[in-house]
Design a protein around this ligand. Structure first.
Ligand code: CA
Length: 229
């Protein structure tokens, strides 16, 4: 079996951190590409398709969120934001823009490694899942990651897709907030309920006829969420 080498793009203007991230990537047998500003990253994207992006937010030519929005137009591969900004609003904005996870500087190398592995593994698992699901006029082809609603394609981000996948695996049964957060974002995030509120909002907007009166993605107050089938 051929082992695929994952490609990671590092977008960071601090040379010290950039080389730390690069050496960590190399030690994990990843193919590494470094950019030091948003423009540089856009240029590299013409010839380099990363499986994962490690992104700083404070870049010299633009805010990293600009990159997230542009990248999301052509790829749903995972983005891990690595930033010294600690406010919850910064995290929410980055996640809303399409980032998959957020790591605050200074960070430990073990945590960085765990987050990178989790993001790459999740992407792989999603790519490998193989079955179909029907919810009213919504059809989900897990293997090909194709979702349609009344035959029209619906685009889900990797995290939205994974949340739907976890709820579908336990369909009809409640999945607790903690359980969902741990599975999607890791054990350090089990109290970050705002992550779930944001992503369930996205999912409902994309899949439900009336997001305020969901038929499928149900809230179990104070406990978690349930996929009604
Ligand atoms: Ca910076």
């Amino acid at each position: 079996m051929i082992q695929t080498v994952h490609k990671v793009m590092i977008i960071e203007d601090d040379v010290g951190i950039s080389s730390l991230l690069a050496s960590q990537g190399i030690s994990m047998n990843l193919d590494v590409n470094c950019a030091n500003c948003v423009k540089d990253a856009m240029d590299h994207l013409k010839n380099y398709e990363p499986d994962l992006v490690l992104l700083d937010l404070g870049l010299p030519d633009a805010d990293g969120k600009t990159f997230i929005k542009t990248f999301r137009l052509k790829s749903d591969n995972p983005i891990l934001v690595i930033s010294s900004r600690t406010q919850e609003s910064e995290k929410v904005d980055a996640l809303n823009a399409g980032a998959d996870d957020y790591l605050t500087k200074p960070f430990g190398l073990n945590e960085l490694k765990a987050r990178i592995n989790a993001l790459l593994r999740r992407h792989q698992t999603i790519n490998n899942a193989a079955n179909l699901m029907k919810l009213g006029d919504i059809e989900v082809d897990w293997a090909r990651r194709i979702i349609t609603k009344k035959g029209d394609p619906v685009n889900l981000s990797p995290i939205e897709f994974e949340i739907l996948n976890i709820l579908a695996t336990s369909r009809g049964k409640v999945v607790t907030h903690r359980n969902l957060l741990a599975k999607v974002w890791g054990g350090a995030h089990t109290d970050d309920h705002h992550y779930l509120r944001i992503y369930m909002g996205h999912l409902r907007k994309k899949l439900e006829h009336d997001p305020t009166q969901p038929q499928y993605l149900l809230t179990v107050a104070g406990v978690g969420y349930r996929l009604e089938v």
